[in-house]
Write a protein that binds this ligand. Structure first.
Ligand SMILES: Cc1cc2nc3c(=O)[nH]c(=O)nc-3n(C[C@H](O)[C@H](O)[C@H](O)COP(=O)(O)OP(=O)(O)OC[C@H]3O[C@@H](n4cnc5c(N)ncnc54)[C@H](O)[C@@H]3O)c2cc1C
Length: 566
């Protein structure tokens, strides 16, 4: 029998509220049914109602809250704290049944910004952060497709990635330093340390020093196991990035690599400093319509050899969906931009009349001048063009203007958001939404994947980062129907096993949350997951931070909280 999260009543929350008020907690404390209902969802397929929502005003509020929860945990084992920023998490990482800590109300200040570095509080929306960095002709390039919806703090906690990760890497590669409140209720600066600095930290002998000591000892004791656990794909958000913490060769010990991507299970981020890269003044897009995917492997190899900045794709289902929901684009873009979009589509209509392509591939090049971009596009166009018939690419368009290429980016970036808003009695069910396999396997992998999708009769679009082999498959389902819900586990099992057969990762960007945490042992093996459990215990011995995620996840708990009403 499924247990509704709404029937679970946690004791002692009134007590916590009273104590916070006595301690002069400055932010809002809200236990109204309406607020708790709002915070019981993120963008995942789960629902868990919290007992209390707080909006700390500053770091001292966060420290006070964590300190109090740490003290009260002994009397109330169900007490915990889960950070939340914009709540766009697709894995259930931002929901829980105790206290939700919302950072978007007050942690909204952008600090110093230069052309190489920017400091910000975690609740700042990426779209606002980017406005400031663009004044310095710089960006933080790991931004996700949800860049208009999500915050810079949520990006840290999920180790977010996106279309530019092929060239630049993921969020972990752009974190210079973090301020983090640990489970003892104090805020600490976390940044890469030399061995000498690490030794000094360890010598402190206090709570912070002991974290460094124990993590260092764990890394040393299992050095080879940890290094061997590193996924062999270019993108991964599963588990804790333990293999990047301690490097004997460089002598660098970098605890930011553990905090980034940890879903707030090790501490709460109160401030972050991102490294920035210069914007490139010019870019251009080569779009390919692929009629069949047999030769995809060869196309991918040729494209990657040309070192594009981005290499994205979407499938025929996405294309049809985008065409069906044109009125949504009108609303989103406004009349002027929408008309421009329609005109832009005219040349492509000719391609579509010849048959709907199975895949649309988008290859973007950047450069310092228009000529540089044109040269790069033409070189690839020429190489692919020679084998055009062979590859059955039934149309190649050279496209070096933002305006002309915008239509493809809209389809690529907006498809999931579109599905979330639009489809009658069905809802997006992200449970196989972020898999990664090395591009060399895609020609075998994609048909096998499609077979599973067909077997379970799932209506699913496939969009993704082709260059990294990272795909977002988000079926539309009626999860209220027990027959549909019953498909989740077997379909997920088959897809996950397929990904692991091809040495992939179950998550490139969206992280584990409730949906993939239970798969960590299949992904990494028990020995490595035991090390993850060790990491969690060192940072958070009482398990106050975001329980049921990462190495604390189990499928029965997750499955018991799948939404049954929308
Ligand atoms: C339409 C759509 C498209 C998406 N596309 C992408 C994509 O291309 N790439 C990608 O990586 N993701 C994508 N996502 C997932 C998500 O948007 C990103 O991972 C994003 O970075 C999460 O940010 P957020 O502010 O919404 O965080 P939230 O959802 O609020 O939180 C995310 C996680 O971070 C933790 N957290 C939040 N704030 C803090 C804090 N201050 N300290 C510690 N932990 C914290 C939460 O507990 C949770 O575990 C997409 C989501 C949607 C809805």
């Amino acid at each position: 029998m499924r247990k509704s999260s709404k029937t679970v009543k946690l004791k002692g929350m009134q007590d916590i509220t009273e104590k916070l008020k006595q301690l002069n907690f400055k932010g809002e404390i809200d236990d109204s049914a309406e607020t708790r209902d709002f915070y019981s969802h993120d963008a995942s397929l789960f629902e868990i109602q919290p007992q209390l929502v707080v909006m700390p005003q500053d770091s001292s509020d966060v420290q006070m809250l964590i300190g109090l929860v740490g003290k009260e945990k002994a009397n109330n084992s169900s007490l915990s704290v889960t950070a939340r920023s914009a709540g766009t998490d697709m894995a259930g990482g931002a929901i829980n049944d105790s206290i939700i800590v919302d950072f978007t109300k007050h942690f909204t200040t952008i600090g110093s910004v230069s052309s190489t570095e920017a400091t910000s509080q975690p609740g700042v929306f990426y779209r606002d952060f980017e406005k400031e960095t663009l004044k310095h002709n710089a960006i933080m390039p790991s931004y996700p497709a949800s860049r208009d919806l999500c915050t810079v703090g949520g990006m840290v906690a999920n180790n977010a990635g996106g279309e530019k990760s092929l060239e630049y890497g993921k969020t972990k590669d752009f974190v210079n330093e973090l301020r983090v409140v640990f489970s003892d209720g104090n805020e600490y600066m976390v940044r890469p340390l030399t061995k000498q600095e690490l030794d000094a930290k360890i010598a402190q002998g206090d709570f912070e020093g002991n974290i460094y000591k124990q993590i260092y000892e764990l890394c040393e004791a299992s050095y080879d196991v940890i290094k061997a656990a590193r996924p062999t794909v270019s993108k991964n958000s599963m588990g804790y990035t333990l293999w990047e913490v301690w490097d004997r060769e460089t002598g660098i010990f970098d605890l930011t690599r553990l905090i980034v991507g940890s879903e707030g299970t090790l501490g709460f981020v109160t401030s972050l400093t991102y490294r920035l890269v210069p914007t490139r003044p010019h870019s251009g897009l080569l779009v390919m319509f692929l009629k069949d995917i047999d030769k995809l492997g060869e196309v991918i190899n040729i494209v990657l050899a040309h070192k594009p900045a981005t290499f994205e794709s979407f499938d025929d289902a996405t294309l049809l969906l985008s065409i069906k929901f044109m009125p949504y684009f009108l609303k989103m873009l406004g009349v002027k931009a929408f008309i421009k979009l329609l005109f832009g589509l005219i040349p492509d209509a000719a391609q579509l009349i010849r048959g709907i392509p199975k895949l649309v591939l988008m290859v973007e090049f950047n450069g310092e001048s228009v000529d540089e971009v044109k040269t790069k596009i033409k070189a690839l166009h020429k190489e692919l063009g020679l084998k055009r018939a062979y590859y059955e690419i039934n149309g190649i368009e050279e496209d070096d203007s933002e305006i002309k290429s915008e239509k493809f980016w809209i389809m690529r970036r907006q498809s999931f958001q579109l599905l979330r808003k639009k489809v009658k009695d069905k809802h997006t069910a992200p449970f196989i939404d972020d898999l990664v396999v090395n591009p060399e396997y895609l020609p075998q992998f994609l048909p096998e994947l499609r077979k599973i999708i067909k077997k379970y009769n799932l209506f699913a679009t496939i969009t993704g980062h082709m260059g990294d082999g990272n795909f977002h498959i988000i079926p539309l389902m009626k999860l209220e129907d027990p027959r549909e819900r019953a498909k989740l586990l077997p379909a997920m099992k088959e897809v996950n096993e397929l990904v692991l057969k091809y040495h992939g990762s179950l998550s490139g960007e969206h992280n584990d949350g409730l949906v993939r945490g239970p798969w960590l042992e299949q992904q990494f093996g028990k020995e490595t997951v035991d090390l993850f459990r060790g990491v969690k215990h060192i940072f958070d011995p009482q398990n106050i931070f975001n329980p049921h995620k990462k190495s604390d996840a189990d499928w029965d708990y997750s499955f018991g909280h799948i939404r049954d009403h929308f």
